[in-house]
Design a protein around this ligand. Sequence first.
Ligand code: NAD
Length: 509
Amino acid sequence: MIKNELRTLGIDTVTDGTSTGCKWFASGEQIISFSPVDGKTIGQVTASSRKDYNKVLEVAETAKKIWADIPAPKRGEIVRQLGDKLRELKPVLGKLVSYEMGKSYQEGLGEVQEMIDICDFAVGISRQLYGNTIHSERPGHRMYDQYHPLGIVGIITAFNFPVAVWAWNSALALICGNIVIWKPSEKTPLCAIACQHILADILKANKLPEGISSLITGDAEVGRWMTADSRIPLISATGSTRMGRQVAMTVAERLGKTLLELGGNNAIIVTPNADLKMTIIGTVFGAVGTAGQRCTSTRRLIVHESIYDQVRKSLIEAYKQLKIGDPLDTQHHMGPLIDTDAVQIYLNALAKIEEQGGKILVEGGVLEGAGYESGCYVTPVIAEVENHLDIVQEETFAPILYLIKYSGDVHHAIDLQNNVSQGLSSAIMTTNLREAEVFLSQNGSDCGIANVNIGTSGAEIGGAFGGEKDTGGGRESGSDAWKVYMRRQTNTINYTTSLPLAQGIKFDL
Ligand code: NAD
């Protein structure tokens, strides 16, 4: 199904999963990449062994000094070439994303577009790595701060954005003068191999050394080698909160830095002043897009009691229109879950909803028969619940939408929204300015992303992306997120013939 695309991206169906640039090797376990779309094997990848990992680190150590010496705008030029190549390969890479991960082709294209957008953004930032100048308290002294590269940035990514999250991190890390080592999800290794090929070819064409961008593949164990390695000052890790806690502890033990992008439990508040047509579209896209497997997927809808019955009825009607099937067929609204383990987690959650007193309004189930052979297609669910149920407090990475009623004013809805351990994305649907501003105020939403009259999912590259509490506190992509990839240095220069000390301290010899 995807043979031509693989060929265009330079991927063999039996391939090595370790690369220091254009050199490919690997001697670890075998990873089978299978498509949740039709259950077929796409390829077989040899994962990295500990020996391969050490080789990658050796090459990286040499490359990092060379890359850091190249002026930032020239590094930006390489990232510009990456963006251009991605423009050319967008349909091909978008299709591989869709087929290996299972998201719709439109969303696959959107993911590649995000890569292009962050490259454009990073090229501009490569000429804006500003520090401040500071007036010294001492005469004849000048102070400023400047930003230097950290060295090696380790990137660990999740299956659900198999290419964009690498690009968010790499484009910025590279223009900041770092080299990057990527450990992608073991569920989507071919997408990673495709990206590494694209960048490695650009580096080679520009006669840049091996090791500026490297790839290692494998499961959590390979990720642990990175997190424990003090040669890697920054680990940027995207995945579950469970994974993030382990990464944070290991990296903290060696006093390294982390950028954590973890799970969400995102809500939309629907007030009596909401535009209900927009609310329904925003909610359904947020809840069933990527089959509920976005970190920003809408999981909770907190609706005022005065419009609750109307919203419930409209949502049930809208869910009846949904078509589920092959995500490469544009007729379908929702594709499969990533694998049958994810299906089991979805089924367990449905059982828990009922056990814990929730009421299922739109029934779930696993689809069988023609077109559903992979066993990964499920139906999206709506359940009427109370916010405090244990199952509602968890992030179930599947298309399950919780409907929660609130009474009183918007403060009550905000309390419910904030009353979970995660803090990634949030939204309010209202045409009332006061409600919107209360939601955005210091005592409003406690999430990293707070939207008005837009759903919870789908962020633009220009803003910093990330969340608070169990979401990990990291920020990547736009705004000044580039600073995470650099170390700050304060410089004081004395151009006099005396040595006055700060705070007027006297010390004469
Ligand atoms: P996961 O936590 O199972 O795995 C993510 C990555 O971490 C994989 O590459 C895995 O091999 C690696 N890993 C796992 N344990 C590790 C450890 N102890 N040390 C080092 N590496 C380890 O997550 P997943 O199932 O691939 O992805 C889904 C999760 O990712 C969801 O919770 C989702 O919300 C989250 N996510 C968050 C964001 C965000 O920006 N906040 C974006 C995408 C996905």
